[in-house]
Design a protein around this ligand. Structure first.
Ligand SMILES: NCc1[nH]cc(CCC(=O)O)c1CC(=O)O
Length: 308
């Protein structure tokens, strides 16, 4: 069986697609990579929150899935909108790695835990809002582009540090520039951070779907992702909303979901926790969102939307 894998052409995207190739190869499947450029890769000068985040990194890949020119598309799960277009679905989530954010800098003495002032480059509304909430002494500057571009901007002195997902930094081999791991209890990551998702058209041959799933899907990670994504779907939030959610299993039968919203100015942070079994994952996400909306999250969300 041969699998055509669609991927964006950034180094991180290709690393992730090659990781899937390795998993498929271990089960005797051959594969090839098809590099596809997306709108999100081309818009480097405007912040994502302004161009509207829905599917900017996924649309062109999804067009090719529909046409059947690729069998699957590989994405960072974080980049996938919470509801996918008609006819497409996620068939697997890889085993998650460390989910936290990290501070990256050439200056080893930088830390968010002391009150020293410095600037952090990030274009994520979640990271900006959380920094305003937990570390009001730092200043953020808008910084777009793939990891290599951001590191270059850091070297050029456009900021003192970057706030990034550990997963991407690690996959690119930049661990040596990590100066601090942020605690997930405060800086809870975005939905899907640290996991790779495989998207396919519903028309894809079921034998291919089963073989790919068998070799790449991690059941407990999948349950966690279903919980987080149900939360995001209920909020109708893409990555432009400063929301966060993280599900973790404590044992095979127990999943704990934490999630919430931060106001853009950092003044308000709402958080809820729910616990259930992996089978209940989507309901957990839905209940968490409902509960948050009922506690003032609805007003906070409307307020956020009016300012974006
Ligand atoms: N928003 C871009 C993006 N999408 C996925 C990752 C990292 C890899 C991952 O979370 O799986 C990143 C970079 C970052 O946020 O630092």
């Amino acid at each position: 069986m041969h699998i055509r894998i669609g991927t964006r052409s950034s180094r991180l995207a290709v690393w992730q697609a090659e990781h899937i190739q390795t998993l498929l190869q271990a089960g005797g499947l051959t594969s090839e990579l098809v590099l596809i450029d997306t709108k999100g890769d081309q818009v480097l000068d405007r912040s994502l929150s302004k161009i509207g985040s829905k599917g900017v990194f996924t649309q062109e890949l999804e067009d090719q899935l529909r046409l059947g020119s690729i069998d699957i598309a590989v994405h960072s799960a974080k980049d996938l909108p919470s509801s996918l277009p008609e006819g497409l679905g996620i068939i697997a989530f890889t085993e998650r790695e460390l989910v936290n954010d990290v501070l990256v800098s050439r200056d080893k003495s930088l830390s968010l835990t002391n009150s020293r002032e410095f600037t952090i480059g990030t274009s994520s509304t979640r990271r900006v809002a959380m920094l305003k909430h937990f570390s009001p002494h730092v200043t953020t500057v808008d910084m777009r582009g793939n990891l290599q571009t951001r590191l270059r901007k850091l070297d050029e002195g456009q900021c003192d540090a970057l706030l990034l997902a550990y997963a991407g930094v690690h996959r690119m081999g930049y661990d040596e520039f990590i100066v601090e791991h942020l605690p997930i209890a405060d800086f809870t990551p975005a939905v899907g951070q640290g996991t790779i998702a495989i998207e396919a058209a519903e028309t894809l041959d079921i034998e291919k779907v089963n073989a790919i799933r068998q070799l790449t899907n991690h059941t407990l990670t999948e349950a966690c992702l279903l919980a987080e994504r149900a939360f995001l779907a209920r909020l109708e939030g893409g990555c432009s909303i400063p929301s966060f959610a993280l599900a973790q299993w404590t044992d095979e039968q127990t999943i704990r979901l934490t999630g919430g919203l931060v106001s853009l100015d950092g003044s308000q942070l709402l958080r809820e926790n729910f616990t259930g079994t992996p089978d209940e994952a989507p309901q957990l996400g839905h209940e968490l969102a409902e509960s948050l909306l009922a506690r003032g999250g609805d007003i906070l969300l409307a307020d956020i939307r009016s300012q974006l």
